[in-house]
Design a protein around this ligand. Structure first.
Ligand SMILES: C[S@@+](CC[C@H](N)C(=O)[O-])C[C@H]1O[C@@H](n2cnc3c(N)ncnc32)[C@H](O)[C@@H]1O
Length: 322
């Protein structure tokens, strides 16, 4: 696989590489629009120069495309995107500086459920990096593992599960809380609009799922605490009720956390009672003896640091290790 890198020395190689890499490793086969757009940005000296006026963390493809969608700009046609971004840059830059990618994907509950259902019930859940907290309702959503339906109502979370039979019961959750540097409020239309803007253009089923999950959460809004997953987790864990298994979990969060803080987090969570469920990029935490990862990008599901399964990023597939 070749990654097209602009040879023009007047543009930033690093930002260009990031966009070319995103196009090929993340968007290809998942979003034609974002593959096209990201490749175009990687070869666009004007846009790269604008992006390079921002801190590195604010140059992410997902963040730029989400902000443009939020502002109502075009993301299907690279020429129109170029025109819009260059004409609207001050407003775009202002949003990029204050926002971060907080995609909240309730579909990930389909990959958490098989582990949660096997723990001693009932559960007290803490999600670190919870965004709007939509993954805190694994007991409320319905699931379809192959042709096996579990639960009823909406959303129905589809997951292609291999390696073990699907769960036959949902967990009993008696307490749920989330911790996030910047919790989003599922009852605030502006926050839901941002979550919607972060969903990739072609993913209509994920927009429907977001609306359905937001309705579940709005009926009983989660306790969400603003704080850091290292510094503030022990205090939140101390608020969990007795008589339930405490489960601290996280999905697609640690890639946003520096390596030294990830190690500190692992130490904090291991010192707590209960269990730790991680669903993360396999590179963010050290693991020995992992099976060969599948070709497509996958997360690694682990219980108390023990790797169990590969999962797809939106919970649409899960493969238990043999
Ligand atoms: C990509 S979102 C994932 C949200 C949710 N876990 C999901 O899977 O749908 C990552 C979230 O982690 C949060 N986050 C990043 N670093 C954090 C930290 N040090 N402490 C708490 N939350 C953090 C971000 O604010 C963001 O809401």
């Amino acid at each position: 696989m070749t990654t097209p890198i602009p040879q023009d020395s007047s543009v930033s190689w690093t930002t260009a590489t990031r966009y070319a890499d995103f196009a090929i490793r993340e968007a290809r086969g998942v979003s034609d629009a974002y593959e096209r757009l990201s490749l175009a940005v990687s070869r666009d000296p004007d846009l790269l120069a604008l992006l390079d006026t921002l801190p590195a963390a604010k140059r992410q493809p997902n963040l730029l495309f989400g902000v443009v969608r939020l502002l109502g700009g075009p993301v299907e046609n690279p020429a129109e995107f170029h025109e819009y971004v260059t004409a609207t840059w001050p407003a775009i830059a202002a949003e990029l500086r204050v926002r971060s990618t907080q995609t909240n994907e309730p579909g990930r509950c389909a990959a958490l459920l098989p582990v949660l259902a096997e723990l001693p019930q009932p559960l007290a859940l803490i999600e670190v990096g919870a965004s709007a907290g939509l993954c805190l309702y694994p007991d409320r959503y319905a699931y379809r593992y192959g042709d096996q339906l579990l639960g009823s109502g909406a959303p129905v979370l589809d997951c292609a599960l291999t390696g073990r039979p699907p769960p036959t019961a949902r967990p009993e959750v008696i307490w749920r809380a989330g911790l996030d540097l910047n919790p989003l409020d599922v009852t605030d239309p502006a926050d839901v609009a941002w979550l919607d803007a972060l969903i990739w253009p072609e993913h209509r089923h994920r927009r429907t799922r977001l609306r359905d999950a937001a309705a579940v959460a709005t009926a009983e809004p989660p306790l969400l605490v603003q704080g850091d997953l290292v510094d503030d987790l022990p205090d939140l864990a101390a608020r969990a009720p007795d008589g339930a298994t405490l489960v601290v979990f996280h999905t697609s969060v640690l890639y946003q956390v520096p390596a030294s803080r990830r190690r500190a987090f692992a130490d904090v969570v291991r010192a707590l009672p209960g269990h730790w469920v991680a669903n993360e990029d396999p590179d963010v935490l050290p693991h020995d003896d992992l099976p060969e990862p599948p070709a497509a990008l996958h997360n690694l599901l682990a219980l108390d640091g023990r790797p169990l399964a590969w999962t797809r990023s939106h919970g649409q597939a899960m493969a238990w290790f043999g």
